[in-house]
Ligand binder design. Structure first.
Ligand SMILES: [Zn+2]
Length: 198
C-alpha cells in the first residue's frame, strides 16, 4: 500500500508558499461573515490558509488576502481578535493533548513526581517549567534534565498549568516520549511563538 505522506497541499495567502495542508492554519467564514480560525481543519465551507505563523496571519490581514480569498464575503478582520482566536485554539489543543497523554499514563505533573522521574532516567520527552517556578526547584529540575538529556520548555505560569490539569497551581509537567509528546511539543512551540510575538 502506498501512503501519500504529504497529503493535499495548499498555498499560504500571505507569503504564497505551498505546503502540506496539515502544516498550515485554516480559516473559514462563519454565517455572520466573521473569519474563524479553523484550527482542527474540520469546519465546512471554503477555507483560506496561512503558514503556522502569526507573521503570515497578520500579513494576510494587512494585505486583505482573506477578503480576496473569500471573494469579499467576509467581514473586515481585527488583528487582535484573530490573534486571540489563534491563541485560544492552540490552548485548547494543548489541553486536549494533555488530557490524552494523562489518560494514556504518559503524563507527569508536579515537581516531586517530575524530579523522581528524572532521577529514574525514565523516558521523558520534555519538561515544562512554569515561568514563575521557585528558582531553586527550577534549577534542580533543569540540572537533572540536562543530565538526562531531556529538553525543558519555560512556558505558562503555575496557575495556567494548574488550570489545564483541573488542579490548583502546578509548577512542572512532563511527558514521556512518544507520538503524543511530539504533537504536544509542536503545539507548545506554536504557543511560545505566539506569546513571543505579542
Ligand atoms: Zn506564509
Amino acid at each position: 500500500m502506498t501512503v501519500n505522506v504529504k497529503g493535499p497541499q495548499r498555498t499560504c495567502v500571505a507569503c504564497r508558499q505551498v505546503k502540506s495542508k496539515k502544516e498550515l492554519l485554516r480559516y473559514v467564514v462563519a454565517p455572520d461573515g466573521a473569519v474563524l480560525v479553523d484550527y482542527l481543519q474540520r469546519l465546512p465551507g471554503r477555507g483560506a490558509y496561512t503558514c503556522r505563523s502569526k507573521q503570515c496571519l497578520l500579513d494576510a490581514v494587512k494585505k486583505n488576502s482573506f477578503q480576496r480569498c473569500f471573494k469579499g464575503q467576509c467581514n473586515s478582520i481585527d488583528d487582535l481578535e484573530i490573534s486571540q482566536q489563534l491563541m485560544t485554539s492552540v490552548e485548547q489543543k494543548i489541553k486536549s493533548l494533555i488530557g490524552m497523554s494523562r489518560k494514556s499514563g504518559q503524563f507527569i505533573a508536579g515537581s516531586n513526581a517530575v524530579i523522581e522521574s528524572l532521577k529514574k532516567a525514565s523516558q521523558l520527552a520534555f519538561v515544562v517549567l512554569a515561568v514563575d517556578i521557585s528558582p531553586s526547584i527550577g534549577r534542580k529540575i533543569e540540572t537533572l534534565a540536562v543530565r538526562g538529556n531531556v529538553d525543558t520548555v519555560c512556558l505558562f505560569n503555575k496557575q495556567i498549568i494548574g488550570q489545564m490539569l483541573g488542579k490548583e497551581e502546578r509548577s512542572v509537567m512532563a511527558v514521556q516520549t512518544g507520538l503524543l509528546a511530539d504533537s504536544l511539543l509542536n503545539e507548545l512551540n506554536m504557543y511560545r511563538q505566539l506569546v513571543r510575538e505579542n
